[in-house]
Design a protein around this ligand. Structure first.
Ligand code: CP
Ligand code: NVA
Length: 308
């Protein structure tokens, strides 16, 4: 069973093949209306369940459109409207859904929910974000970086802000794709050490630099994300803003990175909090290419899962 649960537990050769495949599929569609089918219809006859226990714009729409372009059908399910949200176990839900659909994508809270779904499903399961990771996003970000700047191996990526789920998948990717990663944020919002240790064990250079200006020196890519994630309590909002204000990505900070550095944000953004509009809409920014590439990267991920 080829689940796509996290970048660190997926074979690096398979990860590379998915990114390259995504670029080929993107090129093949260039200039076509979004609603037209791909020439190849590898998901014809396939039904895909997209389960959301948290809000989503990009993940929801890009998976749905991607499946349809490849000839498959989708079913978008909200966790709350399912019995899952009313006491049915994940294990039972996984076994039942596996009788109806060929592939399950789930966005949920606890990583344990994803793991239980994968353990009991008899069809592939894709991680559409948990509190701990967001692998589809970072596959997309690598595709986007390479589209603009060539191979990411050996490049320097600097993360400014919260050591959250999106950072964790960057750390997974640093180990698998061989790029350097610098984290810059306040100590209370450091990522879990295990993410850093594992990337280092795979030979990636991973550093923590509290001074954001030093952290972005020599960076080929500067990345940030929201200061308050969907799983964070709203009561933590003010404290987090106070802790993170000094890590805002603005033009003054970008001036310390390489002149041709890229800026990424997975979106949704809180403009002028974690990044200024001047940066988001400025010459370094590739945020809308990132959003578009969710579509192409996930199509490659789904095809890998299904072996089609
Ligand atoms: N970046 C991302 O996953 O966006 P959504 O929350 O809109 O899906
Ligand atoms: N860190 C954010 C990412 C949203 C796509 C969250 O988990 O809310």
């Amino acid at each position: 069973m080829k689940h796509f649960l996290d970048i660190n537990i997926t074979d690096p050769a398979d990860l590379r093949q998915m990114i390259d495949h995504a670029r080929v599929m993107k090129d093949a569609r260039a200039g076509r209306p979004k609603g037209t089918p791909d020439d190849e219809q590898p998901l014809a006859g396939h039904m895909v369940a997209l389960i959301f226990e948290k809000p989503s714009t990009r993940t929801r729409v890009s998976f749905d459109v991607g499946v349809r372009q490849m000839g498959g059908q989708t079913m978008v399910l909200s966790g709350n409207d399912m019995q899952l949200g009313h006491g049915e176990t994940i294990a039972d839900t996984a076994r039942v859904l596996s009788r109806y659909v060929d592939l399950i994508m789930i966005r949920t809270f606890e990583e344990a929910t994803l793991q239980e779904m994968a353990e009991y499903a008899t069809v592939p399961v894709i991680n559409g974000l948990t509190n701990r990771s967001h692998p589809c996003q970072i596959m997309t970000d690598i595709m986007t970086f390479e589209e603009h700047r060539g191979p990411i191996r050996g490049k320097k990526v600097t993360w400014c802000g919260d050591g959250n789920n999106v950072f964790a998948s960057f750390a997974h990717a640093a180990g698998q794709f061989g790029f350097d990663l610098t984290f810059s944020g306040p100590p209370p919002l450091d990522p879990e050490q295990v993410f850093i240790d594992e990337a280092r064990a795979r030979g990636a250079k991973v550093e923590i630099e509290r001074n954001p200006q030093k952290a972005v020196e020599g960076a080929d890519l500067v990345v940030t994300d929201t200061w308050v994630s969907m799983h964070d309590p709203q009561s933590a909002r003010e404290r987090r803003h106070n802790q993170l204000r000094g890590y805002q990505v603005n033009e003054a900070l970008m001036a310390h990175a390489k002149p041709d550095s890229l800026f990424m944000h997975c979106l949704p953004a809180h403009r002028d909090d974690e990044a200024t509009s001047a940066v988001m809409d400025g010459p370094h920014s590739v945020i809308f290419d990132e959003a578009e590439n969710r579509l192409h990267a996930q199509k490659a991920i789904m095809r890998w899962c299904l072996g089609v």
